[in-house]
Design a binder for this molecule. Structure first.
Ligand SMILES: C[S@@+](CC[C@H](N)C(=O)[O-])C[C@H]1O[C@@H](n2cnc3c(N)ncnc32)[C@H](O)[C@@H]1O
Length: 348
């Protein structure tokens, strides 16, 4: 363990406590502030690759181990002093270091479907044909199954099967999506360089452990979506987007509207322009729609000047649809939503 390594990771604990955990996870904020001055606890992250040494990787590892005994992190440490957390971590040093070495922070956020679904439904309404959806960076593929979920956007503005166990009811800021038909999805396939298998209990336990402990609604949605996905798991191709997307989109039926969907993906691609070029090349073979939910400014051609709703908490994703290889439609920004889908504002 080098002092430099610990020093850098301690800094991450301070930064995330002040900016990321503040207001979102009081437990992580309190623990991160105290751990920042605790080289032994910070050092538990050093087996991770330098870019992955994030405080929430340690906290996810703690949640994962506690979950094995059926204990939630709030119950374990919510009302305990930092010293209790510290001694628990040091008692579990080998397991925590092994998880830090093997795992990375990973998510599959079902809440994002609340914005993706009406965005895709809009494309289906414009084109008048069923959709073929290819999701890049699909993780466990939970969001590929978005037509199996129930959406409640307000009175008379409900979509999806009324008997679905997965119900998305985002807080509406401003306008709600207008009534629209559930799109028919005739083909769906995901790709990911590190896909997660919904039938693998251990993999799902890790994904769940990456959800912050106060965000119980996310954990419940996740559990229900995993349960539903296990009955008929999505098809996922393992590989880098640049190696696999061409082959996957060529499997989509020719008479469907092809949508390449990505949410919370672009930040992970070191060369986003290369991804845009790839879509342009594929769009020249066969017109497609780029349907995205990403932080503002990350998807060229999509921007909104509408003021962000006051209660929204600032950080958000923009959802939009852009035709690639077909100039008969204009790109459209359709919605703005919380990063995990807690709130939604329809902009179209
Ligand atoms: C933050 S997760 C988002 C998962 C999902 N789209 C969602 O919104 O819940 C980003 C996903 O992109 C995948 N990913 C990142 N870079 C990739 C690449 N070059 N090719 C394929 N998948 C990639 C990661 O493995 C991860 O599963």
């Amino acid at each position: 363990m080098t002092d430099d390594g610990v020093e850098a990771v301690s800094g991450m604990f301070r930064v995330l406590a002040d900016f990321d955990f503040a207001g979102a996870s009081p437990l992580y904020q309190r623990l991160a502030n105290a751990a920042a001055d605790d080289p032994e606890v910070v050092g538990l992250l050093l087996p991770a690759a330098p870019r992955d040494r994030m405080p929430h990787l340690l906290f996810a590892a703690v949640q994962y181990l506690l979950a094995g005994d059926g204990i939630g992190m709030l119950d374990a440490f919510g009302s305990e002093p930092y010293a209790t957390f510290r001694s628990w971590c040091l008692d579990h040093r080998p397991e925590l270091e092994s998880l830090a070495a093997r795992r990375v922070i990973q998510t599959n956020e079902v809440g994002r479907c609340a914005a993706s679904l009406p965005t895709l439904a809009s494309v289906a309404a414009w084109t008048g044909s069923p959709l073929a959806i290819v999701e890049v960076g699909t993780s466990a593929g939970l969001n590929l199954l978005l037509d199996r979920y129930r959406y409640v956007f307000g009175p008379g503005r409900e979509m999806g099967p009324s008997d679905s166990d997965v119900v998305l009811q985002p807080r509406i800021e401003g306008a709600a999506p207008p009534p629209m038909a559930m799109p028919e999805i005739v083909f769906r396939m995901g790709l990911d360089r590190q896909p997660e298998d919904v039938t693998d209990g251990d993999a799902m336990r890790w994904l769940r452990a990456c959800i912050w402990p106060e965000q119980q609604w996310r954990a419940e949605l996740f559990d229900r979506a995993v349960e539903a996905a296990r009955r008929d798991p999505p098809t996922i191709v393992q590989g880098d987007v640049f190696d696999t997307l061409g082959d996957v989109v060529r499997q989509a039926p020719a008479d469907a509207t092809l949508c390449v969907l990505h949410t919370a993906f672009i930040n992970y691609v070191p060369e986003p322009d290369r991804f845009a070029d790839l879509l342009t090349r594929l769009g020249a073979e066969r017109p497609l729609w780029r349907v995205s939910g990403e932080p503002p400014g990350l998807v060229p051609g999509l921007a909104s000047t509408a003021p962000v709703p006051e209660r929204s908490g600032g950080i958000h994703f923009l959802y939009g649809a852009q035709p690639v290889g077909d100039a008969s439609h204009a790109p459209a920004v359709l919605a703005r939503a919380g990063t995990h889908g807690a709130w939604l504002e329809w902009l179209a």
